[in-house]
Design a binder for this molecule. Structure first.
Ligand code: GAR
Length: 203
């Protein structure tokens, strides 16, 4: 399975997936890493590992891609023969053509137990709300914000005295375990979304 990994940030999820591939735990290959942020850590990690990468400027909008940028992204993923698009901290909303082109083949990780706390800084939302358990979710991407069918979740306890950063750190640790495991299951064709109807992976 050829992965196209998209990220805007430091790239710790990408590193976890790349490490899991190197150690034989995930039967996949990262075909391309794409970022909308020129100096994102994820691109430096790709460079260090000699994995093909590109910086694709997002165009004129703040939260989504303009049509031209989306077309360039699709072209790059198609050219790299990507089977699965893996969002790893990609902070742009994907809509329309890309989701049609890769229907049921775009996954995302989000730092909360969805459907609670979609959107930005989900760990802080959880802390501010006062929940006792939060976590992370891997889901298929649809046209909404963090709304697609759930593939897997990992719970993380909120501890007395947690700060936003201590909680965020524990959630990210859980993400680094969960995401490679889910990608491994997807590569083996073992995982299916439940509950909500989707195009699905292996089916
Ligand atoms: C991850 O914690 C991921 O859950 C979050 O961005 C972070 C990226 O970290 N994504 C979202 O909030 C998407 N709604 P990383 O660059 O170190 O992998």
């Amino acid at each position: 399975m050829r992965l196209g990994v998209l990220g805007s940030g430091k790239g710790s999820n990408f590193v976890a997936i790349a490490d899991a591939i190197s150690s034989g735990r995930v039967a996949a290959e990262v075909a391309l890493v794409v970022s909308d942020v020129a100096d994102a850590g994820i691109l430096a990690h790709a460079r260090d590992r000699a994995i093909p990468w590109i910086h694709l400027p997002p165009g004129k909008f703040r939260t989504k891609l303009d049509d031209e940028a989306e077309a360039a992204l699709i072209a790059a993923l198609v050219e790299a023969r990507v089977d699965l698009v893996v969002l790893a901290g990609y902070m742009r909303i994907l809509k329309g053509e890309l989701l049609r082109r890769f229907e049921g083949r775009v996954v995302n990780i989000h730092p909360s137990l969805l459907p609670s706390f979609p959107g930005l800084a989900a760990w802080k939302q959880a802390l501010d709300y006062g929940v006792k358990v939060t976590g992370c979710t891997v889901h298929l991407v649809d046209q909404g914000i963090d709304t697609g069918p759930i593939l897997a979740q990992r719970a993380v306890e909120v501890l007395d005295g947690d700060t936003a950063s201590s909680l965020h750190e524990r959630i990210q640790k859980a993400e680094r375990e969960l995401y490679p495991a889910v990608v491994a299951s997807l590569a083996r064709g073992e995982i299916h979304a439940r509950g909500r109807v989707t195009g699905g992976f292996a089916g």
